[in-house]
Design a protein around this ligand. Structure first.
Ligand SMILES: Cc1ncc(COP(=O)(O)O)c(C=O)c1O
Length: 383
């Protein structure tokens, strides 16, 4: 199998991850609850993961790193939890994943917000300058996809921040955390949302949000927190305020082991490796008859290692199936939970076929993908 679906979830996980999960599962305790030794060990596991994840963002305040089951929950928590006055204007890119688009649409439909979108230019890139005409005194929130999970295009977060430094900024780092050095960008965000199972190389069921001091995020859910148990009011301090219910201790143990691997290998090295692979595929794919590559062309620095394509004569799912059955190549077809990005790319509703590289892929994988596309192009038929 050649696994090129790391944008959906990364595979394989680094050495040590499943062992860490198994060890934590064997520990019969709940973190932050009882005071016996296994419970203290569970709390230590959670704290270690918290400290490491905050560390990846360059943050020295792990208590502001809140765990959630995934980034969908984190984005919902931030978008719905930051208090906004009725009619507040919220700006996002037109490349957002449904994890951002659906909460914004819900608020828009309820009449709570006015939602404005920045469209990518012809070259597939979001230009910071296109934010300017959308800004107004009523702009109260910016929600930005750091990299599109469809086109791989990176959003110029830093430049956009400079245009409206006082507007709270939520960053969806699903496709960049672990695959792109985040410290610089995390500096420009008020809330950074993460998922543990993609570039961070951890198990599914892990994720979180880091919240800048001074930013108020109200809880989506309240309940048991292991703290302030005498009160019927949920605690208002982080991380407890946003972590109602027992955490995924074994998942977080696996995530911490994955973060050890990322530290050892170096995120910048992983970025270089993955971009090289994307470069191989993009270079080899050039000139394949009927092939269209979505998103930015040319400078690889504008993207992450996600390459979506359409091939004349194939629907996106037929192409994905042909890659799997004929070549053992795993990709993802369709709309990638991001209909807006496909609308912006002119590939709605048919979608595209997405190749997404990870740290364990090799140049041979990229060459095999290009060779398969070339051969399938030769066998083209009318859809
Ligand atoms: C940009 C982006 N945001 C959000 C998500 C949602 O991730 P999760 O399912 O882990 O919540 C994804 C996953 O595909 C994504 O690519």
């Amino acid at each position: 199998m050649i696994y090129l679906d790391n944008g959906a979830t990364s595979f394989p996980k680094p050495p040590g991850v499943s062992e860490a999960v198994a060890r934590a599962l064997a520990n019969p305790a709940s973190p932050g609850r009882s005071g016996h030794k296994p419970a203290l060990e569970a709390s230590r596991i959670v704290f270690r993961a918290r400290k490491k994840l905050a560390g990846i963002l360059g943050k020295a305040d792990p208590e502001r790193m809140v765990f959630t089951p995934n980034i969908t929950w984190a984005l919902n928590a931030a978008i719905k939890g930051i208090p906004l006055e009725k009619g507040a204007e919220v700006i996002s890119t037109a490349l957002e994943h449904n994890s951002t688009a659906r909460p914004l649409r819900e608020l828009e439909k309820a009449g709570a917000i006015v939602w404005k979108k920045i469209h990518p230019r012809e070259n597939g890139l979001i230009e910071a300058a296109d934010l300017l005409p959308l800004l107004s005194p009523r702009t109260k929130l910016l929600v930005l996809n750091h990299a599109s999970n469809v086109t791989g295009a990176l959003t110029p977060v830093e430049k956009m921040r400079r245009l409206c430094p006082d507007v709270p900024l939520i960053l969806d780092a699903a496709q960049t955390a672990g695959a792109y050095p985040l410290e610089d960008f995390a500096r420009h965000a008020d809330v950074v949302c993460l998922t543990g199972h993609k570039g961070l190389l951890g198990p599914t069921g892990t994720g979180g949000l880091w919240i800048r001091p001074g930013v108020d995020v109200r809880p989506l859910a309240v309940g048991g927190s292991g703290s302030n148990s005498e009160s019927l009011e949920h605690p208002d301090f982080l991380p407890d305020a946003l972590e109602a219910g027992t955490l995924n201790t074994h998942g977080l143990a696996g995530l911490a082991a994955a973060l050890d691997y990322l530290e050892e290998r170096g995120i910048e090295n992983i970025r270089r490796h993955e971009l090289d692979l994307a470069g191989v595929l993009l270079g080899e794919a050039e000139g394949i008859s009927g092939l269209r590559i979505l998103g930015p062309s040319g400078n690889l620095e504008n993207r992450v290692a996600t390459v979506s394509v359409t091939l004349e004569g194939y629907s996106s799912s037929d192409l994905s199936s042909a890659l799997e059955s004929g070549y053992g190549i795993m990709t993802r077809a369709g709309l990638h939970c991001a209909p807006l990005a496909h609308e912006a790319s002119g590939t709605f509703p048919g979608g595209a076929t997405r190749f997404s590289f990870g740290p364990f892929n090799t140049p041979e994988d990229a060459l095999a993908a290009a060779a398969a596309l070339r051969e399938l192009s030769g066998k083209r038929r009318a859809v």
